[in-house]
Design a protein around this ligand. Structure first.
Ligand code: GLV
Ligand code: MN
Ligand code: MN
Ligand code: MN
Length: 415
């Protein structure tokens, strides 16, 4: 088929409009949008208005995953899914996730305008809470949809003020049996997510499209270190069991263990550290810090996680503090489906877009969708590889190219 025409001004306008729905104290492009807040709900209302204007049928499941469906000529066949997330970590940019949701919608609108008639239905999904901001675990919507997490485990998650997932979900207006969110077998014939790369490779190689062949295995854990507090003037150094000094040694050890790993894809990040009581003249008695650990090699990720836990225990003994570990998730990697990969490659080729096959080092809802559907992802470049920052940026040209490639991929998969 002819290249579908993307209304990039409309799409960029919608991305910018969505970015104004934010809790970040700074104006856009800085964005904060945390799951089940008033702001998240307003963003969902905005999306619904766009879906309805495009004539799509909207369905919301028990956890708030939102499906906007363009009915195919054979609606009983497995559908072709696309989509991503609209939640944004604190002080994020405006493209992470949103390009896949609004870009998925634009791909459908472009196919509609081109007079394309899909045989299989095409759906844009907006997954609830890809980011782990509120409940410590990311991708709760796709975990539930794919059966990667059971409702019983989901409702054990709590937010920072101690409210459990179910209470927060219901307060936000999402009721219904969580078990019903699990997709029936064969619901999707294929699932393909458009996303900004969040890394520097495509820009460095001057390529428009990345076709993802695998998604790295993510794990998250937290550690609580308990020492002994006291007066910053009165307790002499030999007597101290400072929880922060012990934590500093642990954080440094985490970095060293990751750097020494045999895998070049191993990355470890401590992104959050809470110090109690957090007073200038008080010795820290308790510290909680997080760990984010990823590798494309799942077995190596597990081995490094074990090594980190052993190091943390060793340092705790050395420093006379106690440490508790909690592994929040340790997911396997996902491999893209070869037919979805080849549909995306053909789309890029027919559009004369330079492309490469590549690994996704960030995780996405597609990591879990791969468990219930043949999965693939299309990446577009972002400036400097920057993401999870307000200066995250993909140009209108880059977005338009990605949406065109997505539209052709969806058309080919939907028949
Ligand atoms: C989620 O956005 C992640 O890859 O950290
Ligand atoms: Mn993100
Ligand atoms: Mn994302
Ligand atoms: Mn992500």
């Amino acid at each position: 088929m002819n290249p579908p025409i993307i209304d990039i001004e409309r799409l960029v306008g919608e991305l910018q409009q969505l970015a104004t729905i934010s809790d970040c104290p700074e104006p856009p492009p800085a964005v904060t949008r945390v799951v089940f807040t008033e702001t998240d709900l307003r963003a969902r209302d905005y999306l619904r208005s766009l879906y309805e204007a495009a004539g799509l049928a909207v369905r919301v499941d028990a956890i708030g995953n939102t499906f906007a469906r363009w009915e195919g000529s054979e609606p009983s066949l497995g559908a072709v899914g696309t989509g991503s997330h609209c939640d944004a970590i604190p002080h994020a940019g405006l493209y992470d996730g949103t390009v896949g949701v609004l870009g998925g919608l634009e791909a459908i609108r472009a196919l509609q305008a081109a007079g394309f008639q899909p045989r299989r239905s095409i759906e844009v999904v907006m997954f609830t809470s890809e980011e782990p901001t509120r409940f410590g675990v990311g991708c709760t919507g796709s975990r539930l949809m794919s059966g990667a997490m059971s409702p019983a485990d989901l409702v054990k998650l709590t937010d920072e003020v101690g409210d459990d997932y179910d209470t927060v979900r219901k307060r936000a207006g999402f009721s219904g049996d969580l078990a019903s969110a699990k997709l029936p077998n064969g619901y999707y014939e294929a699932f393909v997510e458009l996303h900004i790369e969040q890394g520097p490779e495509l820009e460095a190689n001057d390529l428009a499209i990345g076709v993802v062949t695998a998604i790295a295995a993510p794990a998250q854990a937290d550690f609580t270190v308990t020492g002994e507090g006291g007066h910053a003037g009165a307790v002499l150094m030999p007597r101290r069991r400072d929880a922060l000094i012990a934590s500093a040694a642990m954080v440094s050890a985490i970095d060293s263990v990751a750097r020494a790993s045999k895998s070049p894809d191993m990355v470890a990040t401590v992104g959050k550290l809470e110090v109690h009581p957090g007073a200038v003249n008080s010795i820290p008695s308790r510290v909680r810090f997080t760990l984010d650990l990823r590798d494309i090699d799942g077995a190596n990720r597990d081995a490094v996680l074990k090594e980190i836990e052993d190091e943390v225990d060793r340092i705790a003994v050395e420093r006379g503090v106690k440490v508790e570990h909690r592994i929040l998730n340790a997911d396997p990697p996902a491999i893209s489906d070869k037919n979805v990969v080849s549909a995306a490659v053909s789309a890029a080729e027919s559009l004369n877009l330079g492309y490469q096959e590549m690994i996704s080092r960030a995780y996405h809802d597609s990591l879990f969708m791969a468990r219930v559907a043949p999965m693939g992802m299309i990446f577009i470049p972002c400036r400097g590889g920057v993401s999870h920052r307000p200066d995250e940026y993909s140009s209108p040209e880059a977005i338009a190219a990605g949406v065109q490639a997505l539209a052709l991929t969806l058309a080919s998969l939907a028949g």
